[in-house]
Design a protein around this ligand. Structure first.
Ligand code: ADP
Length: 551
């Protein structure tokens, strides 16, 4: 017997129409590159969406054209978040912090037809323009910056584009499995991999984000996603906020602690989200601002140090709540919100529970598997690879040969994270199998860095490991074996690497060693190296530059 309920597709036009109809008066504030804050309404954003819809057709974009964005968190980026999927096209957010070659690869692999770029980011994007073979138009969005506009027929302005007559009909996407958005994630080796979200996965993920034990977002919230809109859809918060009708505060390009704190205080923000590096950067000035409106702080991307969360508890009475996930998981997979069995815990014990990534959110399944695939018990001791399944978890990568290794034969995603679960299914990450370094919320591939180091003629072999860093979480330490009879200085090596990798990928430390320890099958034993440099701590400022790096 079948149910007799209406079969309505879970597609984003519903979210757009709902926001337009019920929450048109709600405010969206955006900070510009010049520090000026402009305030518009959801109604005005929806008007922009309608104008963009007409413009996309007028430009002759394909029915499923990939619409690239190279933008900060702004109101115009939000309009594109709606305009692309609601016209049946695919929003493709590009991470502005990637190295030029990766940006070129990603835009070409996704076959972006049009690329929207913030004026302040033209300096990064425009030098690559001629290599972006599928891009017919570059649309520059004003963000208060004064970068020169290129004199090129492919360059249009966002304001110019909006002058088209708006589309005044109903947006319609009938197939909920149609692609809505895509986002590339760093590969340990090889090229970045494309994750393609569907309308259905995005609607369900947004709905789950609203659950009380996830973010509990409501119409009365003022949400400030600091996590970039080019990073796993800003953890889904823009869509979730629109669905709830919450107000939004979008911080634009300026990640200065004073600028962020000013926005949190001035706009009476209630819910905000960022990586631990950002939360750490705000600490020295935390007591100088009135943050009494803040009720919930999400922290993800890397582990939250206990002391950092406690600092927030003591200063503003709100802890940092873990959210764990990855680009492949849309990304919300677990949250560390407090549970009823925590009620009687002392503050010290509570602080320990806040180190946990937490149990999975509704509709996400989680299991721990050992090297042979056997499921591990939830006894808080037996560690295993975290594997997840659910309606907003990737089932394959876009046109990729990485699909065989990333998914189990029964279709679960292998996350490359290693964790334990307690009896309540609350996850605590203890290790990582993927050979990557998470610095300030962004990935550095140790393998790629090793390859570039080993390309130096005086280097015999090299291994790169992650070492804890107070500010960035982790930073790369290069362990280098020099060719017999040669000598190599740190400066020489850094000079060699500088044109080859992003500046923030440059290792903070270089250790010259006699040989790289190997496993029984002859692979580099990173485990042995990590143990050897267990107490290594970087001193002095990191080579990473906050402006190009911190998320
Ligand atoms: P994002 O950084 O946006 O969450 P990525 O796909 O770049 O997404 O990275 C996902 C990885 O980041 C996870 O597999 C995990 O290694 C790490 N990570 C994400 N959230 C957390 C967290 N709360 N605690 C510890 N590590 C995390």
């Amino acid at each position: 017997m079948l149910g007799l309920m209406q079969d309505r597709p879970l597609t984003l036009p519903h979210l757009l129409h709902r926001a337009e109809r019920y929450f048109g008066h709600k405010e969206i504030a955006t900070a510009g590159a010049d520090g000026a804050v402009s305030v518009s309404t959801i109604g005005e954003v929806c008007q922009k969406v309608r104008r963009l819809a007409t413009a996309f057709d007028a430009l002759g974009l394909a029915a499923d054209a990939r619409i690239g964005t190279f933008c900060w968190n702004t109101v115009d980026h939000l309009a594109l978040y709606l305009a692309a999927p609601c016209t049946g096209r695919v929003l493709h957010t590009i991470n502005i912090r990637l190295f030029g070659d990766q940006i070129i690869y990603i835009a070409n692999h996704a076959q972006d037809e049009i690329l929207f770029v913030d004026r302040s980011l033209l300096g990064i994007l425009w030098p690559l323009a001629d290599e972006l073979s599928s891009v017919k138009y570059f649309v520059v969005i004003e963000d208060g910056a004064s970068n020169e506009l290129p004199d090129d027929p492919r360059v249009l302005t966002f304001d110019g584009l909006l002058q088209n007559r708006p589309y005044d009909g109903e947006f319609r996407v009938t197939d909920e499995h149609r692609a809505a958005a895509m986002c590339y994630t760093s590969g340990t080796t090889g090229n970045p991999k494309g994750v393609v979200y569907s309308h259905r996965s995005t609607v369900l993920h947004s709905l789950a984000a609203l659950a009380a034990d996830v973010t509990g977002l409501s119409e009365s919230d003022v949400v400030m996603p600091i996590v970039p809109m080019f990073h796993a859809n800003s953890w889904g918060l823009p869509y979730a906020a629109l669905l709830a009708g919450a107000s939004l505060v979008l911080p634009g390009p300026n990640m200065d602690p004073a600028a962020l704190l000013g926005l949190l205080a001035d706009h009476r923000v209630t819910v905000t989200a960022a990586v631990p590096t950002i939360w750490m950067s705000l600490v020295p000035m935390l007591d100088d601002y009135d943050l009494s409106s803040v009720r919930f702080i999400l922290s993800g991307g890397s582990a939250v140090p206990k002391a950092l969360s406690q600092t927030y508890v003591h200063s503003i009475g709100v802890p940092l709540t873990h959210v764990w996930g990855m680009t492949e998981t849309s990304p919300l997979a677990t949250t560390g919100t407090p549970r009823s069995h925590h009620a009687r815990l002392s503050e010290d014990q509570l602080a320990a529970t806040r180190e946990r990534q937490g149990p999975p959110v509704p509709l996400v399944q989680l299991r721990l598997a050992d090297d042979n695939g056997a499921e591990q018990p939830w006894d808080d001791r037996s560690a295993g690879e975290v594997q997840v399944a659910g309606p907003w978890i990737a089932g394959a990568y876009y046109r990729s040969d990485a699909n065989d290794s990333a998914f189990t034969p029964d279709g679960w995603l292998r996350t490359g994270d290693v964790g334990v679960c307690d009896e309540f299914g609350s996850l605590l990450l203890v290790d990582r199998t993927k050979d990557l370094i998470k610095s300030g919320g962004e990935w550095i591939s140790s393998v790629q860095l090793e390859n570039e180091i080993m390309a130096h003629p005086k280097v015999a072999e090299a291994a790169v490991i992650a070492v804890p860093h107070e500010r960035w979480g982790e930073r790369p330490l290069a362990c280098v074996v020099v060719q017999p009879g040669e000598s190599l200085s740190v400066e020489e090596l850094i000079e060699h690497l500088t044109p080859r990798v992003s500046r923030w990928w440059l290792p903070d430390g270089v250790e010259f060693i006699d040989s790289i320890p190997k496993t029984s099958v002859g692979k580099f034993s990173k485990k042995t190296l990590r143990a050897r440099f267990e107490n290594y701590r970087f001193i002095g400022p990191s080579a990473a530059q906050p402006a190009e790096h911190s998320t």
